[in-house]
Ligand binder design. Structure first.
Ligand code: SF4
Ligand code: SF4
Length: 426
């Protein structure tokens, strides 16, 4: 990397240092609780994977340039400088060994938001040219085409045609004034097209007006994953433009955890203005429909089922009881994992880890935490509501020879709908 890109990275790190960052580094009491909360550290036992270690590039810039002690050390040439070699060494720590699950932030006794600091450090890394190839490519594609996998509308149209043929229902497209604009993720389009069929059936059943948009149909936010606010803002703005153009009242995020927090919580700050619509996860919408009696189901799953709470939904957004109410609707033999809801362990694939081939082995090592949790309650099937978590659960369980299928909660609800005329489904 050139001097210029290193300087760009250092400038980006400097720009990230604000009062909360200074408070963080000053208030850390080195208790180690965050380490015990991090699946990458717990499953490897390697001290380099402790959350606080991952922040070293940002900490060095803070100490050298924002503290009296650091400036004094600088006068005597005693500062440890952030160099290009250091950033190269830290790149795997920041991108491969952090799913931005925020479990470390939750346990910190002095309230340090470590995963947010990881994001800030990634801003400097990417500006200096240090990010995994997979994420760089995904972010560039997302800016160019709107989809991190470069999926075009015609790919989605094929799925729509399948859904319409198999359900006998119409999938609304570019319907102005609909109540809900439904966004998808690449993984739902490619790996889990049954999700689109499920919402088509449920919304028809409940009489919900909704639409897809040909202008913007993916909400995965590669800018958040790589650590670039400008890219993140560009991707959020596309959703806003599509929603405004169609005059919808609400936007439904895809079943992708980071897309949800990006568009729901971070979007207005990223684009510098509030939305003229509201944002929900599909699980929140389904729970609202259930609570108001608009979802009628019949029959229950008798298998022993357990639930994986996506970090972005449960820990970061407090959507915890909603999925359990929905499980109650269709499951007769549900058992929670021992640590669940806010306290659940990450699957290990979020924060761009799953798009980063280099991290594949470490991702599976980290999955051992989820595997151990699942073994404790021995379910016959796992249920979740995030496409990234679902893919990781499927791959992980297969890798460890555990014959436990994974199903999406939305699809499970759709399976149990009573037909609109009251007939039982065939
Ligand atoms: S956010 Fe999650 S993966 Fe990242 S350091 Fe914290 S606990 Fe570990
Ligand atoms: S839990 Fe908080 S105070 Fe303890 S080591 Fe981690 S960041 Fe520092």
């Amino acid at each position: 990397m050139s001097e210029l890109s290193l300087e760009r990275g250092l400038n980006a790190l400097r720009a990230e240092i604000d009062a909360p960052v200074a408070a963080f580094f000053s208030s850390c009491v080195h208790c180690g609780l965050c380490a015990e909360a991090c699946l990458f550290y717990v499953e490897t036992g390697d001290p380099k994977y402790t959350p606080i270690t991952k922040l070293e590039p940002l900490r060095r810039v803070w100490e050298a340039e924002f503290t009296l002690f650091g400036r004094l050390k600088g006068l005597f040439g005693l500062n440890k400088k952030v160099t290009d070699e250091m950033l190269a060494e830290w790149e795997p720590l920041l991108y491969d060994s952090c799913s931005m699950c925020a479990r470390c932030s939750m346990v910190c006794p002095v309230g340090n938001d470590i995963q947010y600091m990881i994001r800030k450090t990634r801003e400097g890394m990417v500006a200096a040219g240090h990010a995994p190839e997979g994420l760089i490519t995904a972010a560039a594609r997302a800016v160019r085409t709107g989809s991190p996998m470069g999926l075009k509308w015609k790919t989605l149209q094929v799925q729509i045609d399948h859904v319409e043929a198999s359900s006998g229902l119409q999938v609304p497209v570019d319907a102005e004034g609909a109540d809900y604009l439904v966004m998808l993720s690449s993984m739902e389009i490619i790996n889990f097209p049954e999700y689109l069929e499920a919402i088509t059936k449920i919304f028809d059943h409940a009489g919900v007006s909704w639409t897809l948009s040909t202008d913007c149909y993916e909400a995965t936010n590669a800018g958040i994953q790589i650590g670039n606010k400008d890219i993140a803002a560009t991707l959020v703005q596309r959703i806003v433009d599509a929603a405004v153009k169609l005059k919808v009242k609400n936007v439904i995020s895809p079943e992708c955890g980071h897309a949800y927090t990006a568009v729901r919580w971070e979007g207005p700050n990223l684009i510098g203005k509030s939305y003229p619509f509201r944002v929900f996860h599909i699980i929140e919408v389904l729970e609202e429909l259930r609570a108001s009696g608009r979802i009628k189901t019949e029959g229950k799953e008798m298998d022993r089922l357990s639930l994986h709470d996506p970090c972005n939904l449960a820990r970061k957004s407090g959507v915890i009881q909603q999925q359990r109410n929905l499980m109650d609707l269709v499951a007769d033999n549900f058992v929670d994992l021992k640590e669940h809801g806010r306290y659940q362990w990450c699957c290990g694939a979020g924060g761009g880890v799953s798009s980063n081939e280099r991290a594949a082995e470490l991702k599976m090592t980290a999955f051992k935490r989820k595997k151990a949790q699942i073994e404790e309650v021995a379910p016959e099937r796992m249920v979740t509501m995030c496409a990234t978590c679902r893919t990781q659960l499927e791959e992980g369980l297969e890798d460890f020879n555990m014959d436990i299928p994974v199903v999406g909660l939305t699809e499970m609800i759709a399976e149990h709908l009573v037909e609109k005329n009251g007939d039982r489904k065939q």
